[in-house]
Design a protein around this ligand. Structure first.
Ligand code: DX5
Ligand code: ZN
Length: 226
């Protein structure tokens, strides 16, 4: 697939999320929504009610990244809010609970994602289900906050995940998330990332549209060389 930029509005003006959505609408490909429960992640952000309220201001796909301990418990509400992609964390799932998550998402045509923390290796139960997983979010910061420093050691794991995806012949997309900016997008795309989440590098900038263009300019040559 081509390269997609998914700005995280968490890095924007939390007092005016409607404006954050509107200022990236024309240039972004996906809107990334970082949901945290103060339990799995050491921060509390927003939930399905906020996402539902924002849905009417955007036509872009909504990508909810659930950094919450009990995703199954709240899944219905995120589906109802209008999310197009919903990712849950491998650290809070078993093969069994993830199957329940996928069955629930499939029922409403919502794409399933799985996210892994920087220090989590891709579990075998994820590898065996890759053909049903739309994206794998390979995090390059610890869940919690926008504006953290990129962890370059994640690049090696990302390349391994990319190899697994190729070996299995599946279409799962790698999403890079955490500290993504113009200094590392080239390497991330070389390592296999095709969705680039960018919080501070886009929504933290006064000219978000320009920031998206610059990320693409730096990243695209890495695809052309593959
Ligand atoms: C971290 C979130 C990220 C983060 C991205 O817990 O999952 O999506 O908000 O923001 P930046 O790009 O600023 O690291
Ligand atoms: Zn995220």
């Amino acid at each position: 697939m081509s390269l997609k930029i998914a700005p995280s509005i968490l890095a924007g003006d939390l007092g005016n999320l409607r404006r954050e959505v509107e200022r990236i609408e024309d240039n972004a490909d996906i809107i990334h929504l970082d949901v945290m429960d103060g339990n799995f992640a050491p921060n509390i952000t927003f939930g399905p009610g906020t996402i539902k309220a924002l849905r009417k201001y955007s036509k872009l796909p909504f990508d909810a990244h659930l950094m919450i301990s009990e995703p199954l418990r709240y899944l219905d509400r995120f589906i109802d809010a209008g999310c197009d992609i919903i990712s849950v964390h491998a650290e809070v799932c078993t093969d069994k609970t993830f199957d329940d998550v996928m069955n629930r998402l499939n029922k409403d045509g919502v794409k399933a994602g799985i996210a892994i923390n920087p220090d989590t290796e891709i579990p075998d139960w994820v590898i065996s289900r890759l053909n049903s997983i739309y994206l794998i979010n390979v995090m390059s910061v610890q869940p919690g906050f926008s504006g953290q420093k990129f962890m370059p050691e994640v690049l090696l794991k990302m390349a391994k995940v990319d190899q697994i995806i190729h070996d299995k012949g599946v279409d799962t997309v790698i999403e890079a998330d955490g500290g993504v900016d113009t200094s590392n997008v080239y390497e991330l795309v070389r390592a296999g990332a095709r969705i680039l989440v960018a919080g501070n590098a886009v929504c933290g900038q006064p000219d978000a549209k320009k920031a998206i263009r610059e990320l693409k300019e730096k990243a695209l040559p890495a695809i052309k060389e593959v």
